[in-house]
Design a protein around this ligand. Structure first.
Ligand code: GLN
Length: 242
């Protein structure tokens, strides 16, 4: 952080915010404030330039057409790529995750260039759409509890050699490749198919983003009772009797 407030950028709320992904911004903002951090939140619409000085960028999911528009504008703008070059922390969800890869298949059935911030490539799955609750074990290097989320995507995402799987599914499809992987990450950029919103169901991921942005190993504990109740409820719904 170059000044005293944590700058959180919500990328394209007008195009990329399905299934309550806006909640991710609220959770990061709230958990930072609970630690006494001042937060400068920037909601950047698709007709505005992406600031390059943010600390944390959040990119949500979207339907196929908004996804193409968002990719076009992000490529033309260049700000998110410059922010990534500056070491910004980025969390992307579903359509946002696909856009951060090398390429994806757009609503016209054409291969569309992504930003190449994650070493992944997405295609359109031939089989059934991946829809439903997901439980997954997160890469142990990240020391996070079990991942819970909701997925709804046709895209199938293949990881290249420099992307690590974010998690391995116990329930659900994740990247949809059949190899059990879900999402991808490198040191500063994260992608996941999880909605929920993912940070409301997994607040420790929000804390991870804040720790990476601040370059600290730990944050003071906060009251997690509400989050834990939500997690228990969703995990029970996913694993309980049909
Ligand atoms: N359009 C993309 C897909 O179906 C992403 C969908 C989403 O973000 N929910 O794969």
């Amino acid at each position: 952080m170059s000044d005293s407030s944590l700058r959180v950028v919500w990328v394209y709320p007008d195009l990329l915010s399905t299934y309550g992904d806006q909640g991710n911004v609220l959770v990061v903002e709230r958990r930072a404030q609970q630690r006494g951090l001042a937060v400068q939140r920037m909601d950047v619409r698709s007709d505005q330039p992406i600031p390059t000085s943010g600390d944390i960028y959040l990119v949500g999911g979207g339907e196929d057409r908004p996804q193409r528009l968002a990719a076009e504008r992000l490529r033309r703008d260049g700000g998110l790529s410059r922010a990534a070059d500056n070491g910004a922390i980025i969390l992307s969800v579903c359509a946002g995750y696909q856009i951060l890869g090398h390429e994806f298949v757009n609503d016209l059935g054409q291969r569309e260039e992504g930003l190449g911030l994650l070493d992944v490539t997405s295609v359109r799955g031939e089989g059934e759409r991946c829809v439903g609750d997901v439980l997954a074990d997160v890469d142990e290097r990240l020391r996070l509890p079990q991942l819970t989320g909701f997925e709804n995507h046709q895209g199938v995402t293949h990881l290249g050699p420099t992307a690590r799987p974010f998690a391995r599914v116990r329930l659900g499809r994740g990247n949809g490749t059949g190899d059990g992987t879900e999402g991808a990450w490198n040191d500063t950029v994260f992608g996941t198919y999880m909605h929920g919103p993912v940070l409301a169901r997994n607040p420790q991921i929000a804390d991870l983003l804040i720790k990476l942005a601040l370059d600290v190993n730990a944050l003071p504990p906060v009251d997690d009772r509400w989050y834990e109740a939500l997690r228990r409820e969703r995990i029970a719904a996913a694993t309980g009797p049909a």
